[in-house]
Design a protein around this ligand. Sequence first.
Ligand code: AMP
Ligand code: MG
Length: 403
Amino acid sequence: MPVAKAREYIRAFLAPVTAVERLHIRAALGRVLAEDVLSTANVPAHDNSAMDGYAARFAVLASDAEVTLQVIGTSFAGRPFEGHVEAGQAVRIMTGGVMPAGCDTVVMQERAKAADDRVSIPGGQQKGQNVRYAGDDIKRNQAVFKRGQIVRPAELGMIASLGVGEVSVYRKLRVAFFSTGDELVPIGGSLGPGQIYDSNRYTLYGMLARLGVEIIDMGVIRDDPAAIEAAFTASAQAADAVITSGGVSVGEADFVKQLLAKLGDVLFWKIAMKPGRPLAYGKIGAAHFFGLPGNPVSAMVTFYQFVREALLVLMGVPEPQPLPVLKAVSTSAIKKAPGRTEFQRGILSRDSNGDWTVRVTGDQSSGILSSMSQANCFIILPDAQGNTPAGCTVDVQLLEGLI
Ligand code: AMP
Ligand code: MG
């Protein structure tokens, strides 16, 4: 199953949450708007100055010669000039000060010579310079944000600039997850022979917390049909989405397959990718199920390549932006087998010319979690590509801010 096809397949089944709550805008940070936000006014509400200086009429400044005007008042931010400005007059104005009636142009103070109540302005001014117009940022009745917009710091500020204090957002998506494996010990326990600590539940916790979903941690579950069945059933009842790690690789999948055939409708894929070949997706009751591979790097890669965008759609974002991809020159030779998409861990940096270069982190085995910690990007090598010598341009997908 090619990566893109698996993504499309999953996409076809995703129905976003519908329940809505009204929140103070601060509490809405990271949430998804459930309604369009309309502006009831222009922002800014008035034409105003972009500079500290003098407001005047361009008609009297139009000549190339210096002009001397009488300064008849001030317009400070929040304290407008009330009168009307005639030809031959000017108003001292500060950044954000409302443009006085009769003025259309601001001369920055560095270009003016003030003495007593007069100001001299040289020629060469432009009509309308240094003026910010009403509605420049947002026009009255404009749909400022559409339903499905994630509220980030800039959106908080824009909503506040409209004077709006509360918004409707979708309820938080509930995501349950558990790790499977007889070898896994939760942190705090002591390791017996052949056992390892469960790390996937922590990377998953971190990735889900960054998405802002409600997290339901179901713990470590033994490779025991009854225990796994109970965990699936409880998770699917409690959550909109269920994520597991481990138990979907060849050799392990058989009893999980039988179990999920009984509980729901799940497909087990061998994705043409590395790392992350085994992946399961389907429905258990109303819940979406993502069965990630157990190898720690594979679990993270499949989360970012399939689960992250799917969860965003379920959260109410209709067209989630994929993680940014850019081109960079690889300074390392990259080993790669054709026939699958590889997501190698890379370190992106700028060279002395200011150009982006990337190198692989070293051992690319799917158990080497430190490769994810060192990386700030995936180097994405498409199916057809084989070994890639140093100096080639490759696609890199940024992970900065995600991991
Ligand atoms: P599996 O997909 O269950 O066959 O697991 C593949 C590999 O990942 C094995 O080496 C497991 O021990 C390891 N693994 C599975 N689950 C976890 C986990 N939660 N934390 C760390 N390693 C894991
Ligand atoms: Mg296992």
